[in-house]
Design a protein around this ligand. Structure first.
Ligand code: TXA
Ligand code: MG
Length: 375
């Protein structure tokens, strides 16, 4: 299959990249560009598109066969359900059996934006979209390109991250082209995304909302709005054999680079902020020397603050430790870069687990297959 790549010039269409910067999405220049993509979606095809979190791989979410094509394109297990993307709050009601009060408060606070909520599904949502579940995940993205595409398609758009299953989520169109060329109908290139980690997922079907995946709508922000929020155990550590995590995707080794990744975390007061101090830097340098002596190519995932303290190895900074936003934005791109460079193993600094750090550490520990070396 030929994959058409369409570059969206956000300046020409009058819309800005990144979260919360959208202007009026009714821009006609943008509509002309997106009309063809919307038509592909309506007729059962696959279109990758930018959102404020990561790139999504979209299909008509009410068309069972179209949604199933997504699993084939990604090489994804079909028991892993998809998120339905909508462009206006009124599009939610037909998809769900009820909208609980907590959900209303959360959507007032965070939609459009990087928050996905799990509802009891209505009869029109096919099981091909929900991986056989009676619940459905719904999100209203804020990226104006995503929002306008969904509105023009006129259907809820089922979209997982637009990566091959098991690869880090794509944060640029180049990542999508690398994974999806020849497998899907169209890729909309809207430039690098603003956030860089996937949306926060909250299950609102029970009496207390449950955080299933941390993201840019942080635990602190959720608690400010709804008070008590529980945390699914799958966020903290590996899912035990036989246990079914609430978000089925949490059981797979997601976000994984090809090389073996080990997180180095400094315990106690010496660590200073976020598990990385002098001892972590020294430990990483020692491990790098040991691996290089064995003839292995070693990557180091670090920050702007420490990058000059690693004399050997392939050193890549994910941004400023002091800016969690910068780290989240670059994390997946750096993991992919290590893949492209063909390093054998990666040692990574650790980060604080508060605010956006909870999402950063969740993705990193999963990428590491929970290999954390304490020092
Ligand atoms: O930011 C995002 O959420 C991106 C963009 C494209 O919107 N999408 C995304 O989709 O990350 P995906 O498929 O890579 O991750 C969806 C996660 C999976 O872990 C899946 O198991 C969970 O959402 N999920 C979907 N439907 C669910 C449901 N009904 N109940 C529980 N978890 C669900
Ligand atoms: Mg994904």
């Amino acid at each position: 299959m030929d994959t058409k790549v369409v570059v969206i010039d956000r300046t020409r269409t009058g819309i800005a990249a990144g979260p919360d910067e959208g202007t009026d999405p009714g821009t006609s220049g943008l509509d002309a560009l997106l009309a063809e993509a919307a038509q592909i979606l309506r007729s059962g095809g696959l279109v990758a598109f930018p959102t404020e979190t990561v790139y999504g791989l979209g299909a008509n979410g009410l068309d069972d066969a179209a949604a199933r094509k997504i699993y084939a394109a990604k090489g994804r297990p079909s028991d892993n359900p998809l998120i339905l993307h909508i462009s206006a709050v009124r599009e939610l009601a037909p998809l769900v059996r009820r909208v609980p009060e907590t959900a209303r408060r959360l959507m007032d606070a965070f939609w459009p934006g990087p928050l996905t909520m799990i509802f009891e599904k209505s009869g029109i949502v096919p099981y091909g979209t929900t991986g056989g579940l009676d619940t459905v995940a719904v999100r209203m993205p804020s990226d104006p390109v995503a929002s306008r595409l969904i509105a023009l398609a006129g259907v809820p758009v089922a979209a997982p991250s637009a990566n091959l299953s098991g690869r880090p989520s794509p944060t640029t169109a180049q990542h999508v082209i690398g994974d999806m060329s020849g497998r899907i109908d169209m890729i909309l290139d809207g430039g690098p995304v603003g956030i860089g980690v996937e949306s926060t997922i909250v299950d609102v079907t029970g009496p207390v909302p449950v955080l299933l995946r941390p993201g840019a709508v942080t635990m602190e922000m959720l608690r400010d709005v709804v008070g008590e929020v529980a945390v699914d155990p799958a966020i903290a550590g590996p899912v035990a054999a036989g246990v079914k995590p609430k978000a089925p995707g949490m059981k797979y080794r997601h976000y994984a680079p090809k090389a073996e990744l080990v997180l180095v975390e400094e315990d106690g007061r010496r660590a200073g902020e976020g598990g990385c101090g002098d001892a972590a830097v020294d430990t990483i340098n020692r491990l790098v020397r040991e691996r290089m002596a064995e003839g292995r190519t070693v990557g180091i995932l670090c920050t702007d603050e420490t990058k000059d303290r690693y004399p050997e190895g392939v050193v890549r900074s994910v941004g400023l430790r002091a800016s969690q936003e910068s780290v989240a934005r670059s994390l997946f791109a750096v993991l992919r870069e290590f893949d492209d460079l063909g390093v054998d193993c990666i040692y990574s600094e650790s980060f604080a687990r508060d605010h956006l750090g909870q999402a950063i550490m969740n993705r990193l520990t999963k990428a590491a297959g929970y290999r954390i070396l304490h020092c």
